[in-house]
Design a protein around this ligand. Structure first.
Ligand SMILES: Cc1cc2nc3c(=O)[nH]c(=O)nc-3n(C[C@H](O)[C@H](O)[C@H](O)COP(=O)(O)O)c2cc1C
Length: 217
């Protein structure tokens, strides 16, 4: 299985989403030793912002695109190829101002591409091209936004991820949301990390098809 692993936190060594995403990959590799990983760090390789040339290029048939248009689309073409070339997808990010970090939004703007990651049919339907890929969204949050908490209604991250990736064919993704990791007592933060790690192990077991031998006894 080839996994595309994307990290989006601007923080490095101290990032909790990076620590948890690497924990997940270790858990998966333990169960699937042949796992191949394509790693993309959006803090190190920020996707470019959408430009006017990019916009007009996406509405211009491929054979009519100018050299400038093809150049503007090149980073997006490359990211779409990486996405389509993976069997499984892991997207890890912190919540920033109730939604995704800007780098991840820029990534989405690069990978939602007509003719590549979705196809429009003559009868007006849109067919996402990423069907059949295991997908995990791993998010870290400073406060607790679980149902029933005062901040629950502020979660603009989960629906945004579901919408953008649902459009390109990602069905039934897994979500592991580690929360509260910042604005809470130390014991609550420790519980949140432990809960997230348990959920990540369960996803790794599910993706691998069976518990690891050592865990199964
Ligand atoms: C610019 C910025 C905005 C943030 N906005 C939110 C927010 O809206 N809600 C929230 O729960 N936490 C928010 N946080 C806290 C982070 O989501 C939290 O600390 C997370 O664990 C950071 O993950 P990381 O270490 O991988 O970057 C914000 C942090 C930063 C730096």
């Amino acid at each position: 299985m080839k996994l595309l692993h994307v990290d989006a936190s601007p923080r490095g060594e101290t990032s909790s989403s990076r620590a948890l995403s690497h924990f997940f990959v270790d858990q998966l590799r333990f169960r699937m030793p042949a796992l191949e990983v394509d790693y993309l760090d959006l803090a190190a390789e920020a996707p470019p912002a959408i430009t006017e040339t990019f916009t007009s290029a996406t509405y211009t048939p491929e054979e009519e695109r100018s050299a400038a248009m093809r150049a503007a689309l090149a980073p997006s073409d490359a990211l779409c190829r990486r996405l389509l070339g993976a069997d499984a997808l892991l997207f890890a990010m912190p919540m920033h101002n109730w939604t995704m970090p800007a780098s991840f939004k820029a990534f989405i703007d690069m990978i939602v591409r007509g003719g590549l990651t979705y196809v429009a049919t003559e009868d007006g339907r849109y067919i996402g091209q990423l069907g059949g890929r295991r997908t995990l969204f791993l998010t870290t949050r400073g406060v607790d936004l679980r149902p029933g908490t005062p901040f629950a209604a502020m979660d603009a991250l989960t629906p945004a991820l579901r919408a953008a990736f649902g459009f390109i064919g990602v069905a039934d993704p897994n979500f592991v949301d580690a929360q509260p990791l910042q604005f809470a007592r130390a014991a609550e933060r420790a519980d949140a990390f432990a809960r997230a790690r348990r959920e990540l192990i369960a996803v790794a077991e599910d993706w691998a098809g069976a518990p690891a031998l050592s865990r199964a006894g």
